[in-house]
Design a binder for this molecule. Sequence first.
Ligand code: ASP
Ligand code: MG
Length: 402
Amino acid sequence: MGIIVQKFGGSSVADTEKLYNICKHIIKEYNKGEKVVVVVSAQGKTTDRLITEEKEITENPNPREHDCLVSVGEQITISKLAMCLKEKGYNAISYTGWQLPIITDSVYGGARIKYIETEKINKQLEMGNIVIVAGFQGINEIGDITTLGRGGSDTTAVALAAALKADRCDIYTDVDGVYSSDPRIIENVTKLDSITYDEMLELASLGAKVLHNRCVEIGKNYEVPINVKSTFENNSIGTRVLNHKDLEALYVTGVAKDDNITRVTLIGLENKIGRTYKVFKLLSDNKINVDTIVQSAGEHTVKNISFTVKNTETKKVLKILNENLIELGAKEIIHCDELSKISIVGVGIVNNPGVASKVFEALYENNINMHMVSTSEIKISVLVNKKEANLALKAIHDKFYL
Ligand code: ASP
Ligand code: MG
């Protein structure tokens, strides 16, 4: 028998009753003879609460102290869960990220895992014990506690599965898998039996909020089979995340919405070599993450460039660009916030020429204007007014799924 990593999110471990409830999933695998490693998040809204309390003290916490604070929720969960399992007659031992250790870089609040020491875990598994590991946290080279970014317990779980060469990683959550769109907005969502890592990456980064982005990246790189399933259903089949989909799977997988997008346009940029480069070099030097970029054809001596950023970056971007207006050779900078990005994702898009026109038809039929379009082999994204975003999401989803 091999190693199985199971991960339970905050809603699955919210109180004592729920902690006892997840024991049945753990014990089920253990009794099959599997070696079980469990990764847990903080209970319920613990992390949010810690951040609220931090804000009472300061709006600008020291990053080292911030990570030390927000990482504590997971430590509470691991010890409690170990106690629950012991009460049920199973031997379990808990570890924090820094006890193992899980070594990360020093980007506090968004650290990346560099290496996981698996010696202690393997030893405990050999002894027949269940191992419980705190998600979301690690330790850097100078011995400070670090955290992996909000939702980072998924990443701990898949990284552990990769390091332990586990057979699979089961991510237990409060929904029964990955759906074709957001069930809170769309009525007729379809549950997906399988989805590829690439599709999942697109959906996660598009605000589908099912899995932490970096956990899918790791899953893809180390070929860890990931199952997303429900904690609260006994025989949840869930969704498998893997390299290739079933032969009969839908060619379009999901439709996602990302609110809070700003489009910035530089007008009257000189149509000369190196102008575009200068703009994006300036932005990247200032650590601004740019998404969609569109450059106009460039009539004669001038061209326009539009790109999108997260709303939270708008002020910073406008300030940087305006300070460098002359240097960049642009006439004017305009922007439009209150936009949303709707994206349709599927590995079959590249082989189905009709997808784009169907997307546009869905918007046309609902009188929705598009501000920008971008496409890749597995994705078509359109920018629409935020107040029409839910309607657009529904229109596009229903065009493909009904
Ligand atoms: N507790 C952390 C958070 O709330 C990590 C996680 O839940 O995955 O972001
Ligand atoms: Mg989560």
